[in-house]
Design a protein around this ligand. Structure first.
Ligand SMILES: [Fe+2]
Length: 182
């Protein structure tokens, strides 16, 4: 069903009801688009030993094997999805894609993941490798630390037995099936 208004200032409540229903009906599109963006990361290598799809899959594989819950596994899978669009602001893009679908601590762990990763390479750029210290009192600190140190910074290994995108598809579809907020 579609509506007929050509500008919002003449729209009616009934028409917005139709749009709301159609939007909810099309919610599976969100998971489809996320999977599409993840697939596109296969083309993003930028000098690393593995492409960014492999890196994301490997990060999620390590999270899953460590017993992380589904929100954390899917966030691990999507943590660099922003690189499909733009590298400098990629953590923010990923965090905002995830925000309506996962709990707040998971969003923050992804949003600030580069500051935690810095421990392992910022010294090469004359940057402070201890930026994570700014977040010591945050409830998500331990999660962000485990994510960066154990799963993310270690996942550039072409020989690691990395799970496929198909393996994670059911979890992606489940997490993005219903937003808890807008
Ligand atoms: Fe990463």
């Amino acid at each position: 069903m579609t509506t007929s208004f050509t500008s919002m200032d003449v729209s009616t409540a009934e028409q917005w009801g139709i749009i709301g229903t159609e939007t909810m009906k099309n919610q599976p599109r969100v998971a489809e688009r996320v999977l599409m963006l993840l697939e596109s990361l296969e083309d993003v290598v930028d000098g690393f030993a593995v492409d960014q799809l492999t890196h994301c899959l490997q990060t999620a594989t390590r999270a899953e094997q460590a017993g992380a819950d589904d929100q954390v596994v899917v966030a691990s899978l999507c943590h660099d999805i922003g690189k499909a669009i733009s590298v400098p602001n990629h953590p923010r893009i990923a965090a905002e894609i995830l925000r309506p679908y996962v709990r707040a601590e998971v969003v923050d762990a992804i949003l600030y993941h580069q500051d935690f990763q810095g421990r392992h390479y910022f010294h090469h750029f004359d940057m402070d490798p201890n930026l994570r210290d700014n977040y010591r009192d945050e409830p998500w600190f331990a999660l962000a630390e485990q994510f960066a140190d154990e799963w993310d910074q270690t996942s550039f290994d072409p020989d690691y037995p990395t799970e496929s995108l198909a393996h994670f598809e059911p979890k992606v579809r489940a997490i993005f099936a219903s937003p808890h907020s807008i």
